[in-house]
Design a protein around this ligand. Structure first.
Ligand code: FAS
Ligand code: PHB
Length: 390
């Protein structure tokens, strides 16, 4: 087995792994990323779209914000819609803005920057395993092109997503996982059609939630709620547009432009938080530690926040005195932030989705929406949670 050594091994080249890698590259901290999928697969994944201010600042700090600043769309608020009502949640209430910029572009910006700076990424690896992470000398093994490799390191960053190997390698008794599955998912479409609104809108419809978002003035990203277990094979673009148009408020339906799908997917809505997020010399970041329903636009932003917070700890350690202070507090600091984002995502999902045939549930939603429309305090609470709590 071929053996090498580095300071940090990052498992996973999603937003968390790539951003951590970029920050470490800039700081001159040796590291390697090992990634299950091909570079093309990683570059093509379509996912999130809304960046909180802390995410924008992290991309600026990593030196990968130039295209984002040029191509992203400022988002000064969003629309909550229900029945024939529309309420604009204005981020001016908290003096913040967010930006609409597809996760796919962030991934490409980070991958391009990594290639330019010569960051080492091993794509299409298999059988990644983590070893001795509860000692001062952890190591990682993986296979590639039929050969087995070992990398000895000081730290392992588990940025390998919800289905990755890092969290699953921790003995069950050492990790507590809090899970909640919503009884529905989101069917999504990405299409080169002009968006029906420049505002991202969350719409509570009696037959189920729908959202209209965008990637640019010519590319739209739409979602609507489907029952849990719904299969993508039963949907094509025509069927999507018909149902989406049916659920749209009249004020928007006439603006809808249909077109061929660039991508369609179904995402189950669930929450899962694993605590702690640190196991000796292995740290979990991003979806490896937590997943949230996309209703609060938090998943990507939480992954970025974890990656930057882990970077601060590693930077302190390698600054000279091997100070473990910020690494020791990484898990508690991160979980405090994570739980508030999980709560907001759970609350936004409960406010906007159809949960049951019980009319009482819908009356509670309508009463809350009506209250929010009459309360600047309520709108301010939504704005400060959406824009990202520190
Ligand atoms: P990722 O899952 O992005 O990346 C993990 C990486 O690790 C992957 O590249 C994977 O191939 C790799 N990996 C896994 N196992 C490995 C192993 N054993 N060895 C090596 N590598 C391994 N968030 C939002 O905010 N808004 C949204 O609208 C939204 N939509 C989503 C839609 C879908 C279909 C999904 C799945 C997620 C969505 N999310 C959304 C959440 C999403 O954006 C995640 O929060 C974000 O990708 C998290 O980034 P990472 O933590 O880097 O994990
Ligand atoms: C998106 O633009 O893809 C998007 C926006 C807000 C969300 C989820 C997804 O909450």
């Amino acid at each position: 087995m071929e053996t090498s050594h580095t300071q940090v091994v990052i498992i996973g080249a999603g937003p968390a792994g790539l951003l951590l890698g970029q920050l470490l590259l800039k700081q001159g901290i040796d590291h390697v990323i090992v990634e299950l999928r091909s570079a093309d697969y990683v570059r093509s994944r379509v996912r999130a779209g809304v960046l909180e201010e802390p995410t924008v600042r992290a991309l600026e700090e990593a030196g990968v914000s130039e295209r984002m600043e040029r191509e992203s769309l400022p988002m000064s608020g969003f629309d909550l819609m229900w029945e024939d009502r529309a309420l604009h949640i204005d981020f001016a209430l908290v003096n913040k803005i967010t930006r609409v910029y597809g996760q796919t572009k962030i991934t490409r910006d980070l991958m391009d920057a990594r290639n330019t700076r010569g960051g080492i990424t091993h794509y299409e690896v298999s059988d990644t395993q983590v070893h001795d992470f509860d000692t001062a000398r952890p190591w990682v093994t993986y296979e590639k092109d039929g050969k087995r490799y070992r990398i000895d390191c000081d730290f392992i960053a588990g940025c390998d997503g919800h289905h990755g190997v890092s969290r699953k390698s921790v003995p069950r008794e050492q990790v507590q996982t809090y899970k909640y599955a919503f009884p529905f998912g989101w069917l999504a479409i990405l299409a080169d059609v002009p968006p029906i609104s420049e505002q991202v809108a969350w719409i509570n419809h009696i037959d189920g939630f729908l959202m209209c978002s965008l990637r640019s003035k010519t590319r739209s990203r739409y979602y609507f709620q489907v029952p849990e277990g719904e299969e993508l094979k039963h949907w094509d673009a025509d069927r999507f547009w018909a149902e989406y148009r049916r659920r749209l408020p009249e004020s928007l339906a006439h603006k809808l432009v249909a077109g061929p799908a660039l991508e369609m997917s179904i995402t189950p809505l669930r929450s899962s938080v694993s605590a702690p997020m640190r196991f000796g010399r292995m740290f979990l970041a991003g979806d490896a530690a937590h997943i949230v329903p996309p209703t609060g636009a938090k998943g990507l932003n939480m992954a970025v926040a974890d990656a930057r917070r882990l970077y601060l700890g590693l930077r302190q350690y390698y600054a000279g005195g091997h100070d473990l202070g910020l690494l020791d507090s990484y898990s508690d600091d991160s979980l405090a932030r994570v739980w508030k984002a999980v709560r907001f995502s759970w609350w936004m999902t409960n406010l906007t989705h159809r949960f049951s045939d019980n009319p009482f549930n819908r009356q509670m939603q309508l009463a809350e929406l009506e209250y929010i429309s009459q309360s600047v305090a309520a709108q301010t609470t939504i704005a400060e949670n959406f824009c990202g709590l520190n």
